[in-house]
Design a protein around this ligand. Sequence first.
Ligand code: PEP
Length: 248
Amino acid sequence: MSKPRPLIAGNWKMNGRRADGLALAEAIRAGAGSLAAELLLCPPATLIAQVGEKIKGSGIALGGQDCHWAASGAHTGDIAAPMLADLGCRYVIVGHSERRHGHGETDALVKAKAEAALAAGLIAIVCLGETEAERDRGEAEKVVARQLDGSLPKGTSPDRVVIAYEPVWAIGTGRTPSNGDIEAIHSVLRRDLAAYFPEADRFRLLYGGSVKPNNCEDILALANVDGALVGGASLKELDFLTIARTCH
Ligand code: PEP
């Protein structure tokens, strides 16, 4: 079966005021040209609308970094998936480790958020990943398999859900698992998906955690790695585009 089109997703997190966020979006648009990979920008909520205007018509996709599980209601400070769709988002990240660990989000909540995303017509990027202590105890594969089982929304299909393996200890630290360890987790994910979905090969499995221009080539060439979720390096247009250009 042919490999899915790779996805290179930039998670800007809580970074960017209007001037620098819009300049970054403009520079990425100007430098992207035609790429084998699909590019996705996930700016902070305050910039989604304006970044959407900057990349309109470019083929670069727009996404949110999180959504609520409800479609609307009394949830101060939250953003509903239909609101993201209304701004032109095609994707939303759910279950990022900064939400799971910083905000106590469980697999059940991540699943509910992913279901809200699908109901709004968005593609959910479901994040999974072990902590350093779990890896040290030899539990990484078990933890990630459990998170996959508990977080996948009803209605999951390769066109509606992307999975991002992001070891918590690799995010923002400059450390990455060995290539063999990344491959091992991605093959567990693919195998587990294959138990439920005949088209498991079509799912995009992203790796995330300190992906940089100096390691992207090796990581993106690994079996069952179909792109990257990029944090820090997505804030520098040259780094982000270098990573994107690595995909063939
Ligand atoms: C992320 O936040 O999803 C991430 C992978 O961050 P970084 O690339 O900075 O490790």
